[in-house]
Design a protein around this ligand. Structure first.
Ligand code: KIV
Length: 268
């Protein structure tokens, strides 16, 4: 799936997007027919044990993106650009984003956006690097904004709408809207021709994205706007306890898990 296919779906059929950070999960997500797989910098909290996304590095994102891309046949693979990998210096930003396509086989990059990413979006798009913009709650700014709802007053809502338009004009192929009022997300969706992908942004976006561990129920809890569609955590807990019990009681390994070679009986 390429940027043009995603654009073509805007307003036609709902677009599905999920995060994945490793090959086995990406394979399942791809087999389920999900349109886009986001290798989110949420890997920092979800998989690497950090309490924010800020420590995630470009190398880590390249490794996780490459693992996901190797296991994906159909979905579009999007690499999330981590904190300070863009925004300080344009040449560095282009190199970091380029690595995701050249080394890690991503199809596009996602940028947490603000006024500073409009020119970069234009430049990357012209260079052949499709850009997914991300507005609303952008967790890399947590020290400035907190991890709260965004766009909740008219001035802030207007800023998001204006930035959405500017990123569309700069060439972004889609826009993630995170934790903004549903009525603002609808306004933005109506104002743009590129698809909006909501997370905590109500039902009127062109598509939806969630974090895979919340969807499967592997994580301990979910964000208030998210939903567990399974209970993988309990399944894993049961499997791990059963394994420990089987080893402790001598039930495992059984005959069928072992092999014997007569010749090795004579080694002493
Ligand atoms: O990093 C991430 O997982 C994200 C999504 C929540 C949109 O940015």
């Amino acid at each position: 799936m390429r940027a043009k296919d995603i654009r073509a779906k805007a307003g036609e059929e709902p677009i599905t997007m999920l995060t994945a950070y490793d090959a086995p999960t990406a394979e399942l997500v791809d087999e389920a027919g999900i349109d886009m797989i986001l290798v989110g910098d949420s890997v920092g909290n979800v998989k690497l044990g950090h309490d924010s996304t800020l420590p995630v590095t470009v190398d880590q994102m390249a490794d996780h993106t490459a693992a996901v891309a190797r296991a994906t046949d159909d979905a579009m693979v999007i690499a999330d650009m981590p904190f300070l990998s863009i925004g300080a210096d344009e040449a560095d930003a282009i190199e970091n984003c380029g690595r995701m396509l050249k080394e890690a086989d991503a199809d596009a990059v996602k940028l947490e956006c603000g006024p500073h990413t409009v020119d970069l979006t234009r430049r990357l798009t012209r260079l052949g690097i499709p850009v997914q913009a991300h507005l609303g709650l952008t967790p890399q700014r947590e020290n400035e904004t907190g991890l709260f709802r965004q766009g909740t007053d008219p001035e802030a809502a207007r800023r998001i709408l204006d930035l959405a338009r500017e990123h569309e004009a700069a060439g972004a192929f889609s826009l993630v809207l995170e934790h903004v009022p549903a009525n603002l997300a609808k306004e933005v969706t109506d104002a743009l021709s590129i698809p909006t992908i909501g997370i905590g942004a109500g039902p009127d976006c062109d598509g939806q994205v969630l974090v895979i561990d919340e969807v499967t129920g592997l994580s301990e809890g979910t964000a208030p706007f998210s939903k567990a569609f399974g209970d993988v955590r309990s399944e894993m807990q049961e499997a791990i306890s059963s394994y420990a019990e089987a080893v402790e009681t001598g039930e495992f390994p059984a005959e069928e898990h072992s092999h014997y070679e007569e010749e090795v009986d004579d080694i002493y």
